[in-house]
Design a protein around this ligand. Sequence first.
Ligand code: MN
Length: 147
Amino acid sequence: MAIKKFDPTRFRWSGVPEKVYKTSGTHFRDISRFELVKNLSGLACQLRYFEIQPGGYSSLERHQHAHAVLILRGSGQVLIGDSIAAIEPFDVVEIPPMTWHQFYAADNEPLGFLCIVDCERDRPQRPTPEELEQLRANPAIAAMIRV
Ligand code: MN
């Protein structure tokens, strides 16, 4: 379908089912994934919508591929490398290659964002105990990260 209509009452797109975010692990919480554009001939990237429920978070990870993110609803924070930033609707977030990142929804509303990613990409890496220790050397990050 060339057009997937948006339903603002549900904050969902017609004909786009929810996907399992990741099949195992406890390193993320309350996050849904929707593949808005996945196999479009001539386009080498995908457009996904993620929604993190209040208080939830994505997995702490890094990888060779980059992300371009546009916040659509709610608010929260994002860890990118060694910095933490507040995010709100229409902010644009760039995640460079091999940069630790994690998204956190505020406690009062879902955090929803679009994410553009290469179709062909490497698997996300999670921090080793040593890398986690390095990240936690920064007190602000230590207080923020969830694993
Ligand atoms: Mn990622």
